[in-house]
Design a protein around this ligand. Structure first.
Ligand code: ADP
Length: 274
């Protein structure tokens, strides 16, 4: 059941009552579920033949390169690259449909978020170095509570956000990753329902306000002069949002074109699959 409500305001700004609208969305949910299952099945069926094609193209190109003309080599390399792109889209679609249908098998365990973030930053620092960017991280002096969640889900969330920050920031730019306790939790450090806040900030391209609400939709990618040569599937942020939701957290962003973007994720320390 989906409930929507709004107050009814009189001529003198007084509240006269409320209109509450209840809609039975069972059919919509069933359709959504069927759509997710269909996408998961098609993706699954396509993934393995595509992987075979990719492996075989790689093999052909590595073994007998001298037998091909330069033109043929170029065409084969392009076919290999395109196949790799398709495999990545299909992998993302499969992940997304699993997350959306709630069948993703999460195995929660207590995770030290500072260690996890340090590892991701270290792993991605080569990519930032290649663009002469500074990738830094900052953690509080007080101990952060462990987050009870599947480490793979957390790696996917923050790996995607940091990789995006690197991708959508110009050469020489700055990316800063910061973790602390969300404000309400800071006020009472002994509370049992603490929430951890992680921010990924960059001084990159930024996102136009008119695109900001679409950014978590599947396949949405901003198309402009700066982004046109950056490859991607437009599925990273929907995956991130799906995972954050599944952990009972919230994600938000602040961004200004030409100035940069900050993504903020707040997760309950006791997060686990809802
Ligand atoms: P992808 O990166 O594969 O295109 P995402 O879903 O991760 O897909 O991101 C969607 C779009 O959001 C990107 O194509 C890009 O236009 C924009 N975007 C994401 N992160 C940032 C960022 N840190 N700065 C500027 N734009 C961003």
């Amino acid at each position: 059941l989906l409930a929507r409500g709004r107050p009814v305001i009189g001529e003198d700004e007084e509240c006269l009552g409320a209109v509450i609208n209840l809609a039975d969305i069972t059919a919509m949910k069933v359709l959504d579920q069927l759509k997710s299952e269909f996408v998961a099945k098609v993706s699954h069926e396509l993934r393995s033949p595509l992987s075979t094609i990719h492996e075989q193209l790689a093999l052909v190109l590595s073994d007998v390169v001298e037998e091909f003309s330069e033109r043929d080599q170029h065409l084969l390399s392009r076919a290999k690259e395109k196949t790799r792109g398709l495999i990545s889209v299909i992998g993302d679609l499969l992940d997304l449909s699993r997350i959306e249908s709630g069948v993703v098998a999460q195995e929660p365990e207590p995770v030290r978020i500072d260690d996890l973030l340090k590892n991701i930053v270290e792993f991605l620092s080569a990519r930032a170095d290649a663009k002469e960017q500074t990738l830094t991280s900052e953690f509080p002096e007080y101990p952060l509570p462990c987050i009870t969640a599947d480490p793979i889900a957390l790696e996917s969330i923050f790996g995607n956000l940091i990789a995006n920050a690197i991708n959508y920031t110009q050469n020489g730019g700055k990316i800063h990753v910061k973790a602390d306790l969300a404000e309400a939790s800071l006020a009472d450090m002994s509370a049992t329902d603490q929430r951890v806040r992680v921010q990924v900030a960059d001084n990159g391209f930024g996102i136009d306000p008119k695109h900001q609400e679409k950014i978590f939709e599947r396949f949405f990618r901003v198309k402009n002069e700066k982004t046109r040569y950056i490859t991607g599937t437009g599925l990273g942020l929907p995956i991130v949002k799906g995972l954050v939701d599944s952990l009972g957290g919230v994600i938000s962003l602040e961004s200004e074109p030409g100035k940069g973007t900050t993504f903020t994720v707040i997760l309950p320390a006791g997060a686990s699959k809802k």
